[in-house]
Design a protein around this ligand. Sequence first.
Ligand SMILES: [Zn+2]
Length: 276
Amino acid sequence: MESLLFGTGGTPNSTPPPNSSVAGIARIAELGLDCMELEFVRGVHMNQTTALQVAAAAKRLSIRLTAHAPYFINLHSADLEKIEGSKYHIIQTARIAVPCGVESIVFHAGSYEGDSPENAYPVVKKNLAEVHERLKKEGITIRIRPEVLGKSAQFGTIEEVLNLSSELAGVLPTIDFAHWHARTGKYNTYKEFAEILERIEKKLGRDALDNMHMHISGIKYGAKGELSHLNFDESDFNYKELVKALKDYRVKGFAICESPNLEEDARRLKDTYNEL
Ligand SMILES: [Zn+2]
């Protein structure tokens, strides 16, 4: 990608009714933001006609799109039906995301479910490889991205998502910096953010930093990690130093804001970036 784009996870809060994806895209443009994540987090309920309207609106207003697959995906489950369902939900997201003009899909890989991370990894990897194969057969080449998750019981450390990305075709990470801070209690300084970026480049090459998909927000956390998302002003998350690191490392791609106030913190990220 040619630059770093800022936008919201879902339609902005200030989108006028009806709160549709098309109306959200128009509002993103009015706010001077660049991109929006379509939220299929409660299931894929969009039809092809709407998808084409979304694509047309995004193209007309030069707004770029990502998508978030349903929350109930778990590629590491003892329940085989649940695993098959999870693969289906990622594929369904991709099938509707493509006509929308979406460029990148993020999903939560699942949880350890009492298993060790070492045992969970090959299971998630195998299932994700199958998703990729099935998408390939359908001629869908969109990138699917496991997200860095905020709770210690969830599959999705930086190491896990980088390993999946380096070992599987069609897979790249979604780096959620707030989740990683919540999960570790660390990674909240310029030096630590830079360390993450260097790790990505070392593992996946410069191309990964040129095509990033990130989530950024304030966050509330406890001993087991993430509790809830917060606005920057209510949180200790050091977004200013993160933005500086993103600028210094010439990171390009999508910076999706997931603070509850969505567009306010997204604008703050973009303004902070532009003022540097
Ligand atoms: Zn997510």
